[in-house]
Structures are given as C-alpha cells and as structure tokens.
Design a protein around this ligand. Sequence first.
Ligand SMILES: [Fe+2]
Length: 266
Amino acid sequence: MFDFIHITDLHILPPGRTNYGLDPTERLRMAVESIAERHGPESTAPAEFVIVTGDLTHHGQPEAFAQLRDILEGLPMPFHLMLGNHDDRDNFRAVFPDQGFDENGFVQQAIETDAGLFLLLDTKAPGSHAGELCEKRLGWLAARLAESQGPAFLFLHHPPMAVGITRMDRIQMAHAAELAAVLAPHKGRIRHMFHGHLHRPLAGSWMGIPFSSIRGTSHQVALDLSERETVPGSHEPPAYALIRVTDDAVIVHAHDFLDQTGTFDL
Ligand SMILES: [Fe+2]
C-alpha cells in the first residue's frame, strides 16, 4: 500500500491579493493544515509525499512563488512541484532551485517509489495557455520509460484529451498523438495518469490509460458543456485527493478540506 496526495491549481498570488473574490493563499494554507493533520507521519493514513500538478501561481511572479514556498513549509512530508500555463519557469527555478529539472531545464523528474516509477512532465508553453510536449520533453519521457521496468504513473498539468468544456478544450495539451506514440510500447505498465488544469473532479480513460483530476485549491471551473466562449468559473468547494496505490488498484479519494459538516456514526 502506498499513499500520496495530489493537489492542483493553487493559483497563488503575492500577499494580500485575491482572485475572483477568493484568497488563494488562505485556501492553500487550509489545505496544508488538513493534509498535515490527516496524512502526516503520526496520522492513521500517512502520505509519502505531495504532488502538485501545476498552476502553482496565477501570474508567475517571484513574490507569488516565494509566498508558495512559505506555505508549503507547513507540510510534514516532501512535495514535488510541476508547472502549469499560469506559471513562469525562470521565476519558479529562482525560488525552488532544489525541485526536479531535466537536463534541458524543464521541470520534469522521475521518482522511484515503492509503488513504481512516478514521471512528472512539464507541459508549460511560454506565451500560451495551451500545453505542449516538445521533442526534448517527449525524448526525456521515452528514455525514462525505456530504461525502466514495472509500473509507471504519469503526471502532467494539461490533459491530452478534450472533455467537452469548450474554452478549456481549446487549451488542452497540443501533442496528444505524439504523447500516445511514446506511451504505446509501455501501455500495460502505465497504471494511471494524473492531471490538473480543468479545476474539476474528473475521471475516465484516455487511450486505455485511466486518468483522474480534482478541483483546484482555489477557484473552480463549472460543468458547462455549451459553446460558451469564456471559461465558466464557479465557487464549488476546493479539494485535494488522497491517492492509495495497492497491488491491484489505484484509489482516488477526493477530500473537500473546507467542509465543516462533521462526521457521525451512520
Ligand atoms: Fe489552473
């Protein structure tokens, strides 16, 4: 059994700034408190680490990354950060020089775990909200898969498939076919793909690979499958996910960390 936490779309701003009426910093602080209490080393379900699938910040400013670093220091377990379309690679590296980078400077890393190989990809395309995986990044992925055996788990900010939310589908990951080609020889080994970007709880399969995502820790995207030309925002509750990997299953538990309704003996 291997437990870890997936959080996404934090959209952190410099101190004192709000986003669509919400304080993303305060919300992340509450998520960190909840994770520390429920999944810290002394808890009943300790998590090995936290993986954050991008949109760490809203505008990518150095002050926002510094704010993020201060909040994440409250986590009692390691954390691995990834970039989204709202982030800035250079500003990220200046504040988090010890995070994982590949030989080309992309925020990509392979983490060996007791559950298998975790492959964290960088789909950031400078100047665009859509995602990309260039030949260098895909080459890195192909090499990591070729040199390894056993189960692998993929993480990327932009999903490689359309989901029916018009404006978000226009900014999905642009190189789905190229990614599929790299994964094809290894398909039986890819146990799950985790993404962000959509600010929604979502699960399904793409090219036979199971995937999931969850709501952001800040604002959300509404379920609106019309031809609407803007991103449909919403203030549905924020969440993080506790992922439990066992020999025969990958379980995704979403947790609405602001929920105050309490529990009772049913
Ligand atoms: Fe986002």
